[in-house]
Design a protein. Structure first.
Length: 168
């Protein structure tokens, strides 16, 4: 009778061990692909939310510029003129409460649209990314559906509108 030492034991090989390893690798690749798709969906949703915020803030700036123009009969020289002063004797309720950041860049780096007689008559984002939204804009934003980038979304107050309904 032959005895084997513990170091020399014959190894028994399982026939399915290689397939299990390949199955686990395939599962990891599949999970990675699903996570990448979920990340893409989340990124697109976040961009859509920033677009909606950009439209809201752009309208706020346009409205504040319009009220400023109606009260002062001139355009503001700086965005700071649009902010309601807390120490003002008569609070101005129709200007901005604060300067908003550009949701597409994350900074208050708006591009100011100059007015003919000085000051600025509108704002635009400085982001050069292509917008996802291509239709369904408000009447005052009808040109936005032609925009190639967010800098083309210009929020202007024009006291002399070219067509009815564009003054706002």
């Amino acid at each position: 009778m032959r005895r084997f030492s513990p170091r020399c034991k014959p190894r028994l090989r399982k026939s399915g061990s290689g397939f299990t390893y390949l199955g686990i690798l395939a599962l990891i690749v599949l999970i990675g692909l699903m996570l990448a798709m979920a990340g893409e969906v989340a990124s697109t949703q976040a961009q859509r939310e920033r677009e909606a915020e950009l439209l809201f803030i752009g309208h706020q700036y346009r409205d504040a510029i319009a009220f400023f123009y109606r009260v002062n009969h001139r355009f503001p020289q700086t965005p700071a003129e649009l902010v309601q002063s807390a120490d003002s004797a008569t609070p101005v309720k129709y200007f901005l409460r604060r300067l908003y950041r550009d949701p597409m860049t994350g900074a208050a780096d708006w591009s100011l649209i100059p007015a003919a007689n000085g000051g600025f008559m509108g704002v635009a984002s400085t982001s050069t990314r292509a917008p996802l939204k291509r239709a369904g804009f408000d009447l005052v934003d009808t040109d936005f559906d032609q925009a190639e980038k967010y800098t083309d979304w210009v929020f202007i107050y024009d006291p002399l509108p070219r067509f009815r309904g564009a003054a706002h």
